[in-house]
Design a protein around this ligand. Sequence first.
Ligand SMILES: C[S@@+](CC[C@H](N)C(=O)[O-])C[C@H]1O[C@@H](n2cnc3c(N)ncnc32)[C@H](O)[C@@H]1O
Length: 239
Amino acid sequence: MKIVYPTVVEAWHHPPPELRERWKKQYGKERFTFEEALYAQSFPKSWIFPPQESKRWKWIAEAFPPKVAEYLFNQYLKENNLVLLDLFAGIGGWSLGAFWSNKFRKIIMVEKDREKCSYLRINFSRLGIDFEVVCEDVRNVDYLRLGKIDVVVASPPCEDLSTLRFLNKYGIRTVRGTIPLTTFTIELVEKLKPRVALYENVYRKELRRILEHHGWVCQRFDMSIIIPQKRIRLICVKI
Ligand SMILES: C[S@@+](CC[C@H](N)C(=O)[O-])C[C@H]1O[C@@H](n2cnc3c(N)ncnc32)[C@H](O)[C@@H]1O
């Protein structure tokens, strides 16, 4: 029987005692490897991550599983030859799923972290698909320059709302703008009018209410139906 891993979090790297105890009881071991995290998140072993442990663990933990992206594109898109705009692209989970789905002729990724941008370029240049990395804050991009966009996907940073909150070195919760960046996404989608837009974040009623208020259809999505990981997320769609 295949193991269904617990949600991949940065703490997989150095789990605190309470997590280690729980995993020992549930999975018979206290730690998981980076290869297991790649597998649980459905990334190929060949995907290139930075060598620094803490960085690679953070990036894989916050990534969107490409197998789930591929599944959602197949569910919502009947056409091919599309152009994708991947906002908050990170290490490229949504975009890799788009490539696997064979529905896109061009992928445009927006990410503000320079180092992530260079890893996006390295990984996507090996796939042989037309792509562009816009290394900018999503709020500063000239979207008209990008031409017609068919599909928008967005996974804004979730740290403000995560259960394992992102604390700075003084133990103070950092604010990375989950709600303002969600509102920005909603407004951008209203301007660009793509055929389909997909939004993902940690499951919080507050976020769900905001998106549904603007006509998005939301669900509490259990990713373990597609990937070997207990990962429950909010997925919203606007058609
Ligand atoms: C939850 S992660 C998204 C992960 C991504 N979907 C993946 O598969 O790796 C959020 C990403 O948004 C980026 N980000 C945060 N604020 C941003 C902004 N204002 N503009 C562009 N990117 C931003 C972060 O650097 C991070 O990579």
